[in-house]
Design a protein around this ligand. Structure first.
Ligand code: SF4
Length: 229
């Protein structure tokens, strides 16, 4: 069986060598955002799923760690990494090498019983927000039927209340959706309720939608200034 994990070239961030790893064979996500850089999703799921080749993939990860000698491993997958039913083993394996783990999730399922203990094992968790009205959340991020923005935010709030690691909250500013004064105020309130350890504000970087969803440098700087504590 072949390994299906994939890697980015290691890079330096704040003086630390980071190894970025994808632990999904293709896109598996509970959302299907119109601006998703991975493309459309055939696999919209939020329950654990098993993939063939995980044994080989973890063995390969060991070799990659040995060769790269990173100082932190960042699990940034083609979708929601937590749905890989062996994600806990992957986290344990990295930690057994004495390395801290950062995991990117869109944040919706972090507080669920089947995932919370796995997320708690990670040293850093990234949760995010993009759309800030129920209507836009459903239309633009196309989550699993029944998901709501309200629940999305309260899931991250309750996760972070009990989490001892570093919770990084990433806000993406999207022109026409969350870049006006009222939206920025709402975003500021959301940040307050989630109370992250670190806030990151970014813009959409998918080439297909940049033309319509990219906020100007000037406006972006203003928003960033308002949001940053
Ligand atoms: S949450 Fe991220 S990975 Fe999932 S569909 Fe949206 S952009 Fe893609």
């Amino acid at each position: 069986m072949k390994s299906y994990f994939s890697y980015k070239d290691a890079y330096i961030e704040d003086g630390k060598k980071i190894l970025e790893i994808n632990i999904l064979p293709e896109k598996y996500c509970n959302f299907d955002c119109v601006f998703c850089p991975i493309g459309r999703s055939k696999n919209k799921i939020d329950t654990p799923i098993s993939f063939e080749g995980t044994e080989e993939s973890i063995a390969e990860l060991g070799k990659v760690i040995e060769n790269t000698k990173p100082e932190l491993v960042f699990i940034n997958s083609k979708g929601e990494a937590l749905v890989n039913d062996r994600v806990e083993e992957v986290v344990n394996f990295i930690k057994s090498k004495g390395l801290p783990v950062r995991l990117l999730s869109n944040g919706y399922i972090l507080a669920r019983d089947e995932y919370i203990n796995i997320a708690n094992k990670c040293d850093e968790i990234i949760g995010e927000i993009k759309m800030i009205t129920e209507e836009d959340f459903k239309k633009i991020q196309r989550p699993i039927e029944g998901y709501t923005l309200d629940e999305y935010i309260s899931n991250m709030v309750s996760f972070n209340k009990q989490y001892n690691g570093k919770f990084i909250f990433e806000i993406t500013i999207v022109k026409g959706y969350n870049d006006d004064e009222k939206s920025v105020k709402k975003l500021k309130d959301i940040v307050k309720t989630i109370s992250p350890d670190k806030l990151v504000v970014v813009r959409i970087d998918d080439e297909r939608v940049k033309k319509t969803m990219w906020v100007s440098d000037e406006r972006f700087e203003e928003i960033e200034k308002t949001l940053m504590p």
